[in-house]
Design a binder for this molecule. Structure first.
Ligand SMILES: Nc1ncnc2c1ncn2[C@@H]1O[C@H](COP(=O)(O)OP(=O)(O)OP(=O)(O)O)[C@@H](O)[C@H]1O
Ligand SMILES: [Mg+2]
Length: 476
């Protein structure tokens, strides 16, 4: 199917101008026609009054004339009336015999006149009118009125007058109408140009900006110049652009961080493997290098499994399996392991677990991952002192608290601890790690609609991590 490409701007202009033109022209024609009719009617009415007046004035002299009393008075009266009132006149008796006329009446100089339409009409209605060209071809109005004297029907008076003054008046009326209609039309066209511009221009900016973004210019933004729907669209675009920009930066730094984290252990592995190739190596060195290789491999395996876990959650492929149906024994099991680790470092370990915990709506693997990360951190970042774990349950859900007396962290760092690859200044170089454990914990808990918060009073004062899980969260 052929799609006609018509821009919004052209569509608005086309519709507005079409409506304005159609409305304007129709109004011009209707109003003009009415003005024209009214003007002509007024002209005719005005002449009718004159004709009736002249006929009334003329009745008596005509009566006398017809009785043969005064032969001169008809001609005198006619010329006097033409001087006073204007117009041309013709007088005929009831048999249409010409009695007298002024010049240019449009009648030929005959004894009897033909029965013209105005005379026919006047016979029945006392007054009749007809417009037709005169001898010179100019439109002329002929008005015939009956002349009655002392109840005697004597004949007709025909008044004739050029239509030109009326036509001039009509032209003036049309010009007056046009002088209003044309500016209004021009105003509508200017307004439609303006409206279409205000809509179409930001949209074409948006279009150009979207194309620029698609080409990789992620810092593209649009100037928001209004608060209307178009302005809101521009704001939404800027917000989207900002989000994409931030996401792309996060993705890029994530990839470069991951590559960086993998490169260091790979280099160590390479060096140790090369060292092992040396046949003169003592058995002690040999065993040490092998141990280091194992440690690096463990480290890399941990890093890769954290990355895979995050990728799985990011892509929505993480599918939790089942719930923890006997949380108390599972929690004690995990605590036993971390107690041994803590006590091996000389750190006291206390765990307080509610004896009557209901089923925990979380997959056992996920619960183990969360606890291993939190307790692993507590043990790692607590050189001496104690670690306290508390798991409780109330109507508003489960609460898990891990409190240690370790290195703590500075105020304002708590929000960063859950960022991928984030490691505080304090720990870098001193403690091993990738900075991924807490982001895995956060991603898993987000998946269950659970929350995690942390607090420290400052470096050296220990840290507390608190997890809250709703009673029956819906796994997404
Ligand atoms: N118990 C804690 N006390 C003080 N700081 C902590 C504690 N737990 C985490 N942190 C801080 O948060 C950062 C991020 O922790 P996270 O577990 O994500 O990474 P990591 O422990 O450094 O490495 P890994 O990926 O091996 O877990 C740590 O580097 C550390 O600076
Ligand atoms: Mg950790």
């Amino acid at each position: 199917m052929n799609v006609v490409r018509m821009t919004i701007r052209r569509r608005i202009l086309f519709v507005f101008i079409l409506i304005a033109l159609a409305g304007g022209v129709a109004q011009f024609l209707i109003a003009g026609r009415q003005l024209e009719l009214a003007t002509l009617e007024f002209y005719q009415h005005h002449l009718e009054t004159d004709a009736l007046l002249v006929a009334a004035t003329f009745a008596e002299p005509l009566g006398h004339y017809l009785e043969g009393e005064d032969g001169e008075s008809v001609g005198n009266t006619l010329s006097r009336l033409q001087q006073d009132v204007g117009h041309n006149y013709l007088i005929v008796d009831r048999n249409l015999r010409v009695i007298g006329y002024t010049a240019n009446t449009g009648y030929e100089q005959v004894d009897r006149v033909a029965e013209t339409p105005e005379l026919v009409a006047a016979r029945s209605a006392r007054i009749g009118a007809d417009v037709r060209p005169d001898q010179l071809g100019q439109d002329t109005l002929y008005l015939a009125v009956t002349v009655v004297y002392e109840d005697d029907f004597l004949g007709y008076l025909v008044l004739s007058e050029s239509m030109q003054p009326a036509y001039n008046e009509v032209t003036q009326r049309y010009l007056g109408l046009a002088s209003v209609t044309v500016p209004v039309l021009a105003l509508v066209i200017v307004a439609s140009l303006w409206i279409s511009g205000t809509i179409a221009q930001p949209l074409s900016h948006l279009h150009a900006s979207a194309l620029r973004m698609a080409k990789g210019e992620l810092d593209t933004r649009i100037a928001v110049t209004s608060q209307d729907e178009v302005g809101q669209l521009a704001e939404a675009f800027n917000y989207m652009a900002g989000q994409i920009d931030a996401l792309m930066k996060t993705q890029r730094s994530f990839v470069s961080n991951a590559a960086h984290e993998l490169r260091t252990p790979l280099m160590t592995l390479k060096l140790r493997a090369e060292a092992l190739a040396d046949e003169s190596l003592s058995p002690d060195d040999n065993a040490r290098y092998l141990k280091e290789i194992r440690q690096e491999v463990d480290h890399m395996a941990g890093l890769v499994s954290s990355l895979l876990m995050l990728a799985r959650i990011d892509e929505g492929r993480h599918r939790p399996d089942g719930v923890v149906s006997d949380p108390v024994s599972m929690l004690h099991d995990i605590m036993r392991h971390w107690r041994i680790e803590a006590e091996a470092k000389g750190v006291r370990f206390e765990a307080e677990i509610d004896a009557a915990l209901p089923d925990l709506p979380m997959s056992p693997n996920d619960l183990r991952l969360v606890l291993d990360n939190l307790l692993g951190n507590a043990v790692k970042y607590t050189p001496s002192g104690s670690i306290q774990v508390r798991v409780s349950h109330a109507v508003d859900g489960f609460t898990l608290t891990v409190r240690d007396t370790g290195i703590g962290f500075a105020a304002g760092q708590d929000a960063h601890l859950f960022e991928r690859f984030y490691r505080s200044e304090q720990v870098r170089g001193q403690f091993s790690g990738n900075g991924l454990g807490l982001s895995v914990v956060k991603a898993i808990l987000d998946h269950y609609g659970a929350s995690i918060t942390t607090h420290s009073d400052g470096p050296g004062t220990g840290a507390t991590f608190t997890v809250r899980l709703n009673p029956a969260p819906v796994a997404r």
